[in-house]
Design a protein around this ligand. Structure first.
Ligand SMILES: NCc1[nH]cc(CCC(=O)O)c1CC(=O)O
Length: 307
C-alpha cells in the first residue's frame, strides 16, 4: 500500500465518486505521486439522504455541502470535491475554493427526443430545476414539466419506465459517467446552463496553506475565472435554488464574455444580457446582476427576494 498524501472528501453518488477519482488522478499526475496516494473519504450529505422532496423546498444547496464542510473543518479530510453548480455562491470564510478542474461540456442534454422542438405536444418532462423548467416553458408553453429527483441513473430509469416522456441532464455529468451516448445536446442559444455547470471545484480550509499549495498545480485558471464571474453575478442577485437563473462565462481573447438569463417561473418573461469584463473583475458581473434585477418585471424580481 502506498502512503496517503491527501484525503479528499466526496459525496457517494456515482457522479461525485467519478469526479473525486478524476481529481485524485489529476493530483497524482501533477505531483508524480504513486497511484493511490490520494485517498477518498465518502461523506453522506443531507441532500443524498432526502430523496422525496424537491431540494429547493428543504434547505437548498447547503444540503450538498454541510457534512463535507464539517469533515473538512474537523480535519478529517484535507479538501472537498464539489460540483461547483451545487455549491452556494456565498461560502463561509473558513473555506476556500483552491482549484477547479478544466470545465467539461457546459450544455444540457435532452433525453427522450432529438430536440426541444421534436417533443410531442403536451409531453411530460421531468426536471426539478427551476431554470430548466422555465427555459423549457419559454420555448414550449405546451409542455408539462414535473419534478423529478434522484441521481443520474435514477432519472434515466424514470424515463425508460415511462414515468416521464423526457428529462434533462447536464452533458458534463453524463460524459463523466461514461454515458456520453445518452440524449442530445441542446444548443446554448436555446438553453443557457446553470451558473458553474460542468465545473469541478476543490475546496480546502482557508488557513491551510499547505493543502492550497498542493492543489494549485491542478487549477485551470480559465475555468476558475469564468466560474467566479458567473458566481459573482449570481451572488449579487441574492437568489436561491428557487430562482431561474442561467449564466455562462467564457474566456475569450483575454477577457470574460458573460452571457446571463433571468426568467419568470412560467418562462413568459425572460431577460438576457451579454457583456465583457476584465479577467478577475467581479464587481462588473455583480453590478450587471443588480441592474438586471432592478429593471426586471415583478414576476422575475419576486423569485430573487429573500433568497
Ligand atoms: N444538480 C445535480 C448535479 N450537479 C452537477 C451535475 C452535473 C455535472 C455538472 O454540471 O458539473 C448534476 C446533474 C445534472 O444537473 O444533470
Amino acid at each position: 500500500m502506498s502512503q496517503t498524501t491527501l484525503t479528499l472528501g466526496t459525496r457517494g453518488s456515482p457522479l461525485a465518486l467519478a469526479q473525486a477519482r478524476m481529481t485524485a488522478a489529476a493530483l497524482e499526475q501533477a505531483h508524480g505521486w504513486p497511484a493511490g496516494s490520494v485517498a477518498l473519504a465518502v461523506v453522506k450529505t443531507s441532500g443524498d439522504r432526502i430523496q422525496d422532496r424537491p431540494l429547493a423546498d428543504i434547505g437548498g444547496k447547503a444540503l450538498w455541502t454541510k457534512e463535507l464542510d464539517l469533515a473538512l473543518l474537523a480535519g478529517e479530510t484535507h479538501a472537498s470535491v464539489h460540483s461547483m453548480k451545487d455549491v452556494e455562491s456565498d461560502r463561509p470564510d473558513t473555506l476556500r475554493i483552491a482549484a477547479m478542474l478544466p470545465r467539461a461540456d457546459v450544455r444540457d442534454r435532452l433525453i427522450g427526443a432529438g430536440s426541444v422542438a421534436d417533443l410531442p405536444q403536451g409531453a411530460v418532462v421531468g426536471s426539478s430545476s427551476p431554470r430548466r423548467a422555465a427555459q423549457l416553458r419559454r420555448l414550449r408553453p405546451d409542455l408539462n414539466v414535473v419534478p423529478i429527483r434522484g441521481n443520474v441513473d435514477t432519472r434515466l430509469a424514470k424515463r425508460e419506465t415511462g414515468d416521464v416522456d423526457a428529462t434533462l441532464l447536464a452533458a458534463a455529468g453524463l460524459d463523466r459517467l461514461g454515458r456520453g451516448d445518452v440524449g442530445n445536446a441542446i444548443p446554448l442559444d436555446q438553453m443557457l446552463p446553470a451558473p458553474a455547470q460542468a465545473a469541478i471545484g476543490i475546496e480546502c480550509r482557508s488557513d491551510d496553506a499547505a493543502t492550497a499549495a498542493l492543489l494549485q498545480p491542478i487549477d485551470h485558471s480559465d475555468t476558475h475565472a469564468a466560474v467566479l464571474a458567473e458566481r459573482a453575478f449570481t451572488l449579487a442577485l441574492g437568489g436561491s435554488c428557487h430562482s431561474p437563473v442561467a449564466a455562462l462565462a467564457v474566456i475569450d481573447a483575454g477577457a470574460v464574455d458573460l452571457r446571463v438569463e433571468l426568467l419568470s417561473e412560467d418562462g413568459a418573461e425572460h431577460l438576457t444580457q451579454r457583456a465583457r469584463f476584465t479577467v478577475g473583475d467581479l464587481d462588473g458581473p455583480a453590478a450587471l446582476g443588480r441592474h438586471m434585477l432592478a429593471d426586471a418585471p415583478p414576476s422575475i424580481r419576486r423569485l430573487f427576494e429573500g433568497g
